[in-house]
Write a protein that binds this ligand. Structure first.
Ligand SMILES: Cc1ncc(COP(=O)(O)O)c(C=O)c1O
Length: 367
């Protein structure tokens, strides 16, 4: 009988709840308005000749590298950040190597590292999801070959200072250190320029969030040129499809559109967080386009009640340290108002008002 590799057999199946996502989608941190009209116009203008040809990634990599202040050799366009993670694991991890991650975090680091047969070493975030820099550095061993950090982190929305990440990269020169900046646009701080001088540092970006292009699957992996040459060896030359490559320059040029959307999200993040204070629910201040809130034992009922009102949010109860937590994506003024109105109703109906003042936090800290 044919059997998959042992490392693959040992993986847990990861199935994000994608089915039946009709309604206001505040569950995957996507843009709630979608991409710029200029991008849509470019998509509509594509012809059969473009689709008949294999896609050519390199000219677009040049266009992307320039505004980032990087050499084209430092930039690889990928099929979303997911593929960037996959390629880094493929390039650097042998079976038995160690991959360090801070939990809770984005699921794909452990999946792709585990698939290579690496041992995934999880370092728990501190109280209130404080980044455990000391504990992480203490876990670095000669077998550590990958360290992955989402900054800002998903699902907590918390961020860590760039100099701490640089310290980590310097403490593990034999490991690829990935700083996943999927939510960069909502945070504004980046280490991408440092990839010029820190050989083992990689930075990933996505067009799935602020740019509203999750369906096209496009991301950036940046790193030091010699390291990127190694990563390129294991990437398909056609990993990014022709439609994504054709619209990417347009998406990058329409910074006004993205800037306007991000500004709205930042305002609404404040507004939502203030509403959570008013409702007496505990949340963690976010640097991204979502907020993690503690609902307690009624988390599943809360998610259901919002779904009944046409709003999808994501239950994160099973993430380490996230018992009873739900993640709410932040969108436009109108979408946030719909969310806030529904929150008020559901919180009353389920008797959750001032729950944050009554309950203990999952990690033992009082709300
Ligand atoms: C931290 C983080 N990295 C990467 C991704 C996936 O990005 P992409 O759509 O570019 O694969 C997500 C999506 O939720 C994320 O939260």
């Amino acid at each position: 009988m044919l059997e998959a590799r042992e490392a693959v057999r040992n993986l847990h199946a990861y199935r994000p709840p994608l089915a039946g996502r009709t309604g206001l989608r505040l569950d995957f941190n996507e843009s709630t308005v979608g991409c710029s009209p200029r991008v849509l116009a470019r998509l509509r203008s594509l012809d059969s000749e473009l689709l008949a040809r294999y896609p050519e990634r390199e000219p677009v990599e040049k266009e992307v590298a320039n505004p980032l202040g990087l050499d084209p050799a430092q930039v690889l366009l990928t099929n979303g950040v997911d593929e960037a993670i996959h390629l880094l694991c493929f390039t650097y991890l042998d079976p038995g190597d160690e991959a360090l991650i801070v939990v809770p975090t984005f699921a794909m680091y452990a999946i792709f590292a585990g698939a290579e047969g690496a041992r995934v070493v999880e370092v728990r975030a501190g109280d209130n999801f404080i980044f455990p820099a000391k504990d992480l550095i203490a876990q670095i061993s000669p077998r550590t070959r990958l360290i992955a950090v989402a900054n800002p982190n998903n699902p907590t929305g918390s961020a860590v200072a760039g100099d701490v990440l640089i310290q980590i990269a310097q403490a593990a020169p034999h490991a690829a250190v990935l700083v996943d900046e999927a939510y960069f646009e909502f945070h504004g701080e980046t280490l991408i320029a440092q990839t010029r001088r820190i050989e083992n540092l990689f930075v990933a970006r996505t067009f799935s969030k602020a740019y509203g292009l999750a369906g096209l699957r496009i991301g950036i992996l940046a790193g030091e040129a010699r390291q990127m040459a190694m990563v390129r060896r294991v990437a398909s030359p056609y990993n990014v499809n022709a439609a994504a490559l054709a619209v990417l320059p347009e998406a990058l040029q329409d910074q006004e559109y993205v800037g306007r959307y991000v500004a709205q999200v930042l305002q609404n993040r404040d507004r939502l967080q203030q509403e959570l204070v008013n409702l007496g629910l505990h949340y963690w201040p976010s640097q991204a386009n979502f907020v993690l809130v503690r609902i307690g034992p009624a988390h599943a009922e809360f998610v259901r009640a919002l779904r009944d009102r046409g709003i999808l949010v994501r239950d994160r109860h099973s993430d380490p340290g996230c018992a009873g937590c739900v993640r709410l994506t932040v969108g436009t003024d109108g979408h946030t108002q719909i969310l806030i109105d529904a929150l008020r109703e559901v919180v009353e109906r389920l008797g959750l008002r001032n729950l944050g003042l009554r309950t203990r936090m999952p990690n033992g800290v009082r709300a």
